[in-house]
Design a protein around this ligand. Sequence first.
Ligand SMILES: Cc1cc2nc3c(=O)[nH]c(=O)nc-3n(C[C@H](O)[C@H](O)[C@H](O)COP(=O)(O)O)c2cc1C
Length: 418
Amino acid sequence: MYELVRKCLFCLDPEGSHDLSLDLLGAAERLNVLGFLTKPTPQNPVNVMGLTFPNPVGLAAGLDKNGDYFNALGQLGFGFVEIGTVTPRPQAGNPQPRLFRIPERQAIINRMGFNNFGVEHLVKRVKKRRFPGKLGINIGKNKVTPEDQALDDYVACLEHVYPHADYVTVNISSPNTPGLRDLQFGDALKHLLDGVKARQETLAKAQDRYVPIAVKIAPDMAEEDLTDVANTLLNAGMDAVIATNTTLDRSAVQNCPNAEEAGGLSGAPLSDRSTQVIAELYGVLGEKLPIIGVGGIFNGDTAVEKLRAGAKLVQLYSGFIYRGPGLIHEVAEAIKAHQHELSASLNTVGAQPQSQPDGEVAERHAETPEDALLPNDGEAESEKDKESEKDKEPEKDKESEKDNRAEGVESSNIIEPK
Ligand SMILES: Cc1cc2nc3c(=O)[nH]c(=O)nc-3n(C[C@H](O)[C@H](O)[C@H](O)COP(=O)(O)O)c2cc1C
C-alpha cells in the first residue's frame, strides 16, 4: 500500500511531497483514522538515560522541525520522536531546492539549513502533547549567530524546551550551518558542553526535574577525533550520544543524478559508516554512556546491527521516507526477536552516575537484564517518568496543524511566528 502512496508522492518535488505527507498525516490524526491505517508496534520497553521508552524505535530529528506533527507521527508506532532542530529565533533556511532524492541508492541529500519557526513556536506546539511515548527536542544555533556565541543560542533553547522535553539533543553535526561542525572539537566542544551542563544543573534544581542531554555527532570524523569527542562527552557529564547525522562523503553515490548537490547525504549509503562510528564510540564509552544509533536503517537487520555495535535505541529517517510506516513495525519486531541475544547489551543502560536535581550523584541502572526490559504495565515507570507526566497537557488540540505550519513564510527570508 505504501509502495503506491510513495510512487505518487515521489512524482512531486521532494519538499512538496514532504509537506503534503505531513499535512495528510496531521489530517488523518485529527479525523482519528490513523489507528485503522497502522498496525500496533510490539511493546518492548527499554530503559535508557533513566527514561522508559515503550519501544526502542524512534523518529530522527529533522522531519518535524517545528513540533507540528509529532502527535500524529507518534501514532504510527514510534517509541520516541525527536523534534527540531529548533533555533532560538525563526529562520528560513537555505533557498530551495534544498532536498534531493537519489532513489537508485535509497538516499537523500539535504541542505535545509535549520528552516524553522523558532523555539517559541515549538514550545506552543509541545504544550499540546498527546503522544504517550518519549519526546526528544533537538536544539541548534541560528545561522547568523557567530560561532563564539553559539553557547548563548543552545542555552536559550535549552531554557525554553526544558520543561517540555523528556530529553534534549544538542545538535553540533549538521553540515548545513556554516561552522557548526567545528563545535565538535577541542576547546570549542568542552566550552559548549560545560556551559550546557551548568545550565542543565540549574534548571534541574529550579524545576526539580532532571532532563537528560544527548549530543548528536557527525560520521565524518577520524577515529582519534571520535575518541576525543567520546571522552569529552563523558567528562562533561552528558547523558547520551546520537550517532550519526548525515555525511559529506559521496563515494557511495558517485555518478548518480543529484550526487553532486551540496549538503548532507543520508539513507542506505550511510548505514555501514554510522554502524562503524557506533562501534568505535562503544569501544571508548562501553556502558558508561548510552548510544542512540541512526543512519541508513532500512530493515530489521540494519537496526539489529546498530544494537550489536553498541546502540541502545535506534532512530529512522530516510528509511521511513522510502519504506513508510511499516518500517517502524518491522524494526521493532526484529529487535524484539533478537531480544535474548541483545539483552546483554541492553541491560545496563543508564549505568553512569548522573547529576540529580538535588545536586547529588546517583547510580541509575538496571540491576538485571529483566529490569532494563521493563514490562509496560505502568507500574514499572521510573520516578523521572512520573514527574514528566505532570508536565503533559493532554487536552486535544483542535486547531488546524496545517494552518499553524503555514504561519512560516517558506520562500522568504523572514519567518514571523504567531
Ligand atoms: C531532510 C533531512 C533533514 C534533516 N534535518 C535534521 C535536523 O534538523 N537536525 C538533525 O539533528 N538531523 C537532521 N537530519 C539528519 C537525520 O536526523 C539523521 O541523522 C540522518 O538522516 C541519518 O539517518 P537516515 O540515514 O536514517 O536518514 C535530517 C535528515 C534529512 C534527510
